[in-house]
Write a protein that binds this ligand. Sequence first.
Ligand SMILES: NC(=O)c1ccc[n+]([C@@H]2O[C@H](COP(=O)([O-])OP(=O)(O)OC[C@H]3O[C@@H](n4cnc5c(N)ncnc54)[C@H](O)[C@@H]3O)[C@@H](O)[C@H]2O)c1
Length: 354
Amino acid sequence: MQKIYQLGVVGYGGMANHHVNQLAKGNTRVRVRGIYDINPDRMRAAEGKGYATYPSLEAMLADPEIDIVLVAVYNNFHKEVSIQALRAGKHVLCEKPVTMTSDELREVMAVAKETGKVFTIDQNRRVNKDFVAMRSALATGAIGKPYVIESRVEGSRGMPEGWRCHKKEGGGMMLDWGVHLIDQMLYMNDEKVTSVYCKMYSVHYPEVDDNFRLVMTFESGLTAQIEVSTNNFILHPRWYVLCEGGTLQIDDWSGVGRMVRPIADQSQWSTEIAPDRAGPSKTMAKRDPSTVEVIEFAPPPGLEDNLDPTYYQLVDAIEGAPLKITPEQAMRCMLVMEAAFRSSETGEAVKVSI
Ligand SMILES: NC(=O)c1ccc[n+]([C@@H]2O[C@H](COP(=O)([O-])OP(=O)(O)OC[C@H]3O[C@@H](n4cnc5c(N)ncnc54)[C@H](O)[C@@H]3O)[C@@H](O)[C@H]2O)c1
């Protein structure tokens, strides 16, 4: 019989509620044992749904039945709660961003090493349909190697009131969404990042970045362009990838997309410029549609955007398998984000070796 691991949830806000609901849908290895939140209203909400609650974090950590602690509090408390939980002998699943800085993460990693407990991070977007579909389509080789990957997440409703709008609590879009999109880029490209340029904007929220534009260059010259916005009323596609042999586009989270590649040469131009929609231009003249092939694709059947893979890789690691979402990977992501903040402050690209 496989052991079922008992989870203690710290912070019962939006994301923790998502974890709790998801686990209740049939995760076979992890069950919620109890919940702690500093906000009494959230404790009452937990009780209302039939979950046990604890009067303090210390009381939860003293419960010998709890094997794993989920840290789903504001970003500025990730370090402190993770360290307390590790020292209490619990394995830890920490929400993203793992911590506020690379120094904080080093402290957590040292305690994980000292206690021998597993410490992992909820980089759940590695299994999102759009990301998996994009990688699988590129892996077919149909359009060759990418040289520019553009990844965008855009909304127009601003940010919810509360910690996301405050610097001290780890607000802003770089730590909220940048962390996912950078993690995806690093996860799919294991070569080193050599330069980071970022421009952040505080359009409606003066304390934090509510929009940013980031360009990350890898050793081979591959460029990743990441843009997050909370003020876009006309959306770009989710993914746009330029490859040597064609172009890939995925419009939205569904992961349904297309690759377009040439099947006949259109590189001959006559001396005289024929009138075109682009005006007097040869290079930008319209292509004959019969000279390209459109390859449509969709995510693998049965793929769901959910948190089970995060929990299963944690349980496997507790039982001795290599951890899949590691603090070392989170460290690379954190170092890129720190370089992005530096770049936005100085207005210059930051040379790195990450
Ligand atoms: N992986 C994802 O896709 C994803 C999505 C959303 C949020 N998150 C992350 O989850 C975390 C929580 O975000 P949220 O949207 O649920 O925020 P939220 O404001 O909805 O919930 C946070 C909860 O933590 C509680 N809290 C704060 N400090 C605490 C402390 N020291 N001890 C106990 N409880 C405390 C608050 O009372 C609140 O109920 C953040 O780190 C965020 O980045 C991850």
